[in-house]
Design a protein around this ligand. Sequence first.
Ligand code: ADP
Ligand code: MG
Length: 992
Amino acid sequence: MLSFFLQKFAGRHHRKYVEKCRPVVARINEFEQQYQALTDEQLRAKTDEFRARLQKGETLDQILPEAFAAVKNAARRMVGRKVIVCDHELTWDMVHFDVQLIGGITLHEGRIAEMATGEGKTLVATLPLYLNALTGRNAQLVTVNDYLARRDSEWMGHLYNFLGITVGCIQQSMHSEVRREMYNRGITYGTASEFGFDYLRDNGMATRKEDQVQRDHFYCIVDEIDSILVDEARTPLIISGPAPIEREQPFQRLKPGVEQLVAAQLRLINRLVKEASDLLEKKDATPEDRSAAAMKMLQVKLGMPKNKQLLRLQENPEWRKLLDKTDVEMHSDFNKDELYKYKEELFFVIDEKNHQADLTEPGRTKLRPDDPDAFVLPDLASRFIDIEKDATLSPEQKEALKREAQQRYEVVSEDIHALSQLLRAYALYERDVEYVVQDGKVVIVDENTGRIMSGRRWSDGLHQAVEAKENVTIERETRTYATVTIQNYFRMYEKLAGMTGTAETEATEFNEIYRLAVTQIPTNKPCIRIDRNDSIFKTRRDKYGAVVKQIQEAQGRGQPVLVGTVTVEQSEVLSRMLKRAGVIHTVLNAKFHQQEAEIVTRAGQRGSVTIATNMAGRGTDIKLGEGVRELGGLLVVGTERHESRRIDRQLRGRCSRQGDPGATKFFLSLEDDLMRLFLQGNLASKIMEGAMQEGEELEHPWLNRSIESAQKKVEQQNFAIRKRLLQYDDVLNKQREVIYGIRNGALHNERPKDIIFEMIGEEVAARLESAGYGEKTEVTAASLESLVGWLNSHFPVSAKVEEIPLRGDFDAILQDLVGRIKKAYALKESVEDPAALGGLERYIVINAIDHHWQEHLTEMEELRRSIGLRSYGQKDPLNEYKSEAFRFFEELMNNVRLQICTSLFRSATNRDAFENLFTISRSARLQGPAAAPTALAAATQASAPAAAPAAAPAEEIKLPAVTIRRETPKVGRNDPCPCGSGKKYKNCHGAA
Ligand code: ADP
Ligand code: MG
């Protein structure tokens, strides 16, 4: 009863909107009357007139009636003309109906126009597209496939061209120059994924603004909006590719050593486990025996957590308890030293929970008897300071030494990481349990389902380690370069509109997620379609039997039938049955759009039988053949109710277009997925299930309604899931906006050095803070020294500890330091090729962003997966995700900043410029700043404070390497902690 009222109410609300449009429609038609007196030229001149009036400040709403009238009048003038659409000739026969004008107003207002199939939405879209294109900005229309984009742009293109508006379409195969040219036209047709990918390429990959193809995101109409925003939106668009090779992976090199180490550990463990079991099984075991046994068991657990003997011992509940108790006790702070002692009796220690494996002292010695420090991270910071302090070294020697130290650090840190992954691969990952080897590839086995997960890879080098272990080719990691969901792509438009035959059932979703209101537009002619009651059978077999019978009957009369199926498999099952019954038919699976569209146009011919999945031939009009009207029009047969009512409505809408006759009927069985769901917990239906006989048919209006309410429940669930997904996605979306914003800033700026200095300022500020320059903190000599060390190793500023006050105004100190860097940069600028410098600066920013952003995307994917696993805890996984994601993003921004700092003075436009700088700086040192007017002097004077003492020490310009690379090694969360603990950074000093 309530829903009945709601429907009435909803209907009234649509009617109200339509009534509100009536006067506008009347005005459009008045203008159109007047325009009939114009010549073609005069009508065409309207386009320029409207453009000019918009320029002068009139609004789109104000000129809407005239603009729509111009389009309608152009359509009228074209009637009878032959036009070519997708290589076929057809005759233009359309002039906008009043309801189509209302549809056009709806679309212009940024709503969803629900207009039944066959109402001519393609033509409706011409009105608002023309109007919005008058602004000079790109008006767009999204269709469901490439074929329709081409068809509609060519078809409607004749109308736009008549009015002097250019139109184009984007096709998958197009190169970027063509794409750009298409986006530059007044109106552009295309598919959601092409538009989305172009956006990603423009913003995430283009390195020059000339490579970008899209203009801004102004106005877009999405055709079949439900299928694009509801059905397809679940899969995001992703551009991915192989991860760049940064260095040679040390797996192969380390493998022999690890194998020996694992063998040695195995021997040790076997001995320990034997001793433990002997002690435990001793008849007169003393408490001392038991605790000795417990420690041995614990050692086994630390060394080889999956040891079979140990697992067997643990089957004895008493012994198991003993081990657990010892484990907990030994891990308390109190017993730290003792535990360390026990650990050091092993070669390596495995922490299963934290996915870590650490070498012990004996392990390190065994692996590299000649150099036990081979796997200890050097203390880079103090090494740098030592080098810096050494007065016997020339600046060049210092540089060389630093570079050497840094390279060694990188090698060692890579090695530690690879080693840890190899140890895990050998000790924890068993072939045919955790993974299988198939066709020379390591394939993960899902631990819960036992299913083989082809294509998935363990991250962080583990997969490569297992590949090394199994002697198969070590593959490169792939990396996500850019990703966006369809939803978020469309939310970027200033004005979004949509049209479809079926939006009403999803109105809440459109409203909540996209702020799009749905308006039902009445049909041009009353719809006379007959929707018969569903027929329900006990088994699927019975159902298909009845469907075949129905088809045969109709075909006997010559009535065309369109059969809708939910899946491709079902289409095939039915097709086989029809073949056996000798019924000629065609099957469409939404694979070959153009070809299938041509078949679907013929689905209304006498005697034809067409089987199609939901998407097949969508967007193509089914016209009735000769004499079919008298036979009752097209018969649409559904073979299963879909989860969503919308898809069922879509299928029904395939018939009875434009006042044609037609009928629809669904055949269901109690074995259908939806029916099984519907039967759950529904007493009446259980009784029904028990009472129903095979072959029996059931039919009642009451049943249709109950099934609909089951559908509604599923719809709500699915909506909740989509909404949840979107909430996750929002997090990354905001981050993408920030990153792409900076990236585009760099791309479109002639000289993006402001961005660079903003970043440097932030970095220096952060470093000042961590050095202790804050309200409540103290600066120590050591922290100041390391700050100065950092400054000097990144910028040629020759900062001295004495020059920087231990306390003082934070901003003043910051200004001073950044000022020095700017001054040094001005010096660099003076010797670089100014035209090339902008490009170099752009490269610095973009390179830093891309590198870290792509890494970030991969980490976010991992986070998303791992959060999914954590969701059984009490915490809300979304909140967990948000806060983790925030930390990741902060880290990302830090890394980007740091890389920019590192790159700025290590990049030169060319070798000459570099050499140039080198000579000048040397001569500068000799002559001092007050000497001859060299480029250097000019540069320094320009930025030096007026009161600079004349006898200031010569500017000493230290020139680091030309190549762009990291200086202080950046510590990734999964890298070993630089403190040398051998733990991952995120679990050690990097832990929040
Ligand atoms: P929809 O997308 O709404 O399902 P289409 O745009 O594919 O409908 O149009 C369906 C059919 O209606 C097409 O054959 C088209 O030529 C015809 N049509 C649309 N508008 C008109 C009109 N104003 N006058 C005559 N025929 C029209
Ligand atoms: Mg259409």
